[in-house]
Design a protein around this ligand. Structure first.
Ligand SMILES: Cc1cc2nc3c(=O)[nH]c(=O)nc-3n(C[C@H](O)[C@H](O)[C@H](O)COP(=O)(O)OP(=O)(O)OC[C@H]3O[C@@H](n4cnc5c(N)ncnc54)[C@H](O)[C@@H]3O)c2cc1C
Ligand SMILES: O=C(O)[C@@H]1CCCC=N1
Length: 387
C-alpha cells in the first residue's frame, strides 16, 4: 500500500463520478478517480452520443437545480473549448386534463420557464409529422435541447486531469474498508482517502455491500432504439425538429421520448422510459423486447414519417429508485462516505450540479441545495443496514 493519502477517492467514472472528481480537483482536493473498465466504455449509463437537457420538471427542486446546471454546462463548454449542447426545444405531449401534464404546466408557469402552449388546431403547423393523440395537450420548453454525452464525459475527465486529478481505469474496486481514512482495494492496488464518493451507477449496491448498506435500487436494461426516417431529414436537428416526451402514452405505460436525428444521419432515437430488470454484469442476457413492442405501436400511431421497425438497437442501463428521485447523501454510519446513486434514467443533465453537491458533501461543507428529496432516510422501510 502506498503511503500517499488522497483527500478523496471517487469510485466510478460515469458522468456523476467524473463531474464530482472535477469539482474536487478544482477545489484543490487531491483526488483519485477509479473506474473498473478501460475508458471510454459502453457498459454503464453514461455512454452514447446524446441526452436530453431540460428544465421541464413537475418538481420545484429539479427546476431550481437545472437553472444552475445549465450555467455549469455553459461554463464547462468554455473551460473545455468544445460544444457540449445544442438547443432544439422540447415538445411535451400528455393527457390535457391528467395530473402529470397539469402539474407540469403549472410548474413551468410558476418558474417562468419560456414555454409555448400549443392548441390542437395549431399543433400540426408547428410540429408536422407527429400525430397528437385525442385528449392530449402539448407544450414546448424552448430552452431545452441535446447534450453531447460522450463528448461531455471526455471533456470533464480531461478537465479533471488538467487540474492534477488522477484517473486509474481498468481498476475494479473489490473492497472498501471504512474508517477515518477509507481503504479502497482494486484488482491492482490499495488506496487510502480521507473521504470516499461512491458513484458506481448500476453497481452501487455491489459496492455498498462492503459498507453494510443496501438501497432499494432496481437496475433495468434500456433498449436504445433508432428508427429510420422514410424521407431522410424529416425529424432532424437541421429541420429544427425538437426533442419530445410523450407522457403516459397509454394508461399504465411509462413515458416515451425521442431526440431528433443527428448522430446517425437518417435515424431518430425514440425510447421507452423503462426496461426489464437485469444484473449489471449480465445486461446482454436480458433479451426482453416488451418495450420495443410498445415503441413499434407508438411509432406507427404517432410518428408516421418513421419506419416502424427499429433500425439500430443499443443498450444502456437505468438505476431506478422507488420514487425516481436521486440519492445524494452521506452514508448513514460513515459520514466520510458519500453516495450518489439511483439517477433513475434522468440524471445526465444534472451532472455538473450533482458533481458540485457530492463534492460539497465530501469536503464536509453544507450543500448548496436542500437535499431532503434525495436523502437515504426516505427509504426507511426499504434501506437495509446490516450494521
Ligand atoms: C438510454 C438512456 C437514456 C438516457 N437519457 C437521459 C436523458 O435524456 N437525459 C438525462 O438527463 N439523463 C438521461 N439518462 C440517464 C443518465 O444517462 C444517467 O442518469 C447517468 O448517466 C448516470 O450516471 P452515473 O455516473 O451515475 O452512472 P454510470 O455512467 O453507470 O457510471 C458508473 C461508473 O462506475 C463504474 N463502476 C461500477 N462499479 C465499479 C467498481 N467496483 N470499481 C470501479 N468502477 C466501478 C462503472 O463501470 C461506471 O463507469 C439516460 C440513461 C440511459 C441509459
Ligand atoms: O431525462 C430526460 O430528459 C430523458 C427524457 C425523458 C425520460 C428520461 N430521460
Amino acid at each position: 500500500m502506498s503511503s500517499e493519502v488522497f483527500d478523496c477517492i471517487v469510485i466510478g467514472a460515469g458522468i456523476q463520478g467524473s463531474c464530482t472528481a472535477y469539482q474536487l480537483a478544482k477545489n484543490k482536493q487531491k483526488t483519485l478517480l477509479l473506474e473498473q473498465f478501460v475508458l471510454p466504455h459502453s457498459r454503464g449509463s453514461s455512454h452514447g452520443q446524446t441526452r436530453v437537457i431540460r428544465k421541464t420538471y413537475e418538481e420545484d427542486f429539479y427546476i431550481q437545480m437545472m437553472h444552475e446546471s445549465y450555467e455549469l454546462w455553459a461554463q464547462l463548454e468554455r473551460e473545455a473549448g468544445v460544444e457540449l449542447h445544442r438547443r432544439t426545444g422540447l415538445l411535451v405531449m400528455g393527457p390535457e386534463n391528467g395530473e402529470g401534464f397539469s402539474r407540469l404546466k403549472a410548474t413551468m408557469q410558476k418558474h417562468k420557464i419560456p414555454t409555448v402552449f400549443l392548441e390542437k388546431q395549431e399543433f400540426s403547423q408547428h410540429i408536422p409529422n407527429v400525430n397528437l393523440a385525442d385528449g392530449n395537450g402539448a407544450l414546448i420548453d424552448t430552452f431545452a435541447g441535446v447534450l453531447y454525452a460522450d463528448r461531455a464525459l471526455r471533456a470533464v475527465q480531461r478537465l479533471f486531469q488538467s487540474c492534477g486529478g488522477v484517473i486509474k481505469d481498468g481498476e475494479k474496486v473489490i473492497d472498501i474498508r471504512p474508517g477515518v481514512e477509507v481503504t479502497v482495494t482494486t484488482g491492482s492496488g490499495v488506496y487510502r482517502g480521507r473521504s470516499l464518493v461512491i458513484s458506481a451507477g448500476p453497481w452501487a449496491n455491489t459496492l455498498l455491500t462492503h459498507t453494510g448498506l443496501q438501497l432499494p435500487l432496481k437496475v433495468v436494461k434500456i433498449n436504445v432504439c433508432y428508427w429510420k426516417e422514410k424521407i431522410p431529414g424529416t425529424y432532424s436537428v437541421g429541420q429544427s425538429f425538437p426533442c419530445f416526451i410523450e407522457m403516459e402514452p397509454k394508461e399504465g405505460e411509462y413515458d416515451i421520448y425521442g431526440l431528433p436525428s443527428n448522430e446517425y444521419p437518417g435515424l431518430m432515437k425514440v425510447c421507452y422510459h423503462m426496461g426489464s430488470e437485469t444484473e449489471p454484469d449480465e445486461r446482454d442476457k436480458q433479451t426482453d423486447r416488451g418495450d420495443i413492442d410498445i415503441l413499434v405501436r407508438y411509432v406507427t400511431r404517432c410518428l408516421p414519417g418513421l419506419v416502424p421497425v427499429p433500425a439500430v438497437v443499443e443498450s444502456c442501463m437505468y438505476t431506478v429508485t422507488p420514487d425516481h428521485n436521486f440519492v445524494l447523501d452521506s452514508h448513514p454510519t460513515y459520514s466520510n462516505i458519500i453516495i450518489g446513486a439511483g439517477f433513475s434514467g434522468h440524471g445526465f443533465k444534472f451532472g455538473p450540479i450533482v458533481g458540485k453537491l457530492l463534492s460539497q458533501l465530501a469536503m464536509g461543507q453544507v450543500p448548496s441545495y436542500d437535499l431532503s428529496p434525495f436523502r437515504i432516510q426516505r427509504f426507511q422501510s426499504h434501506a437495509r443496514s446490516s450494521l
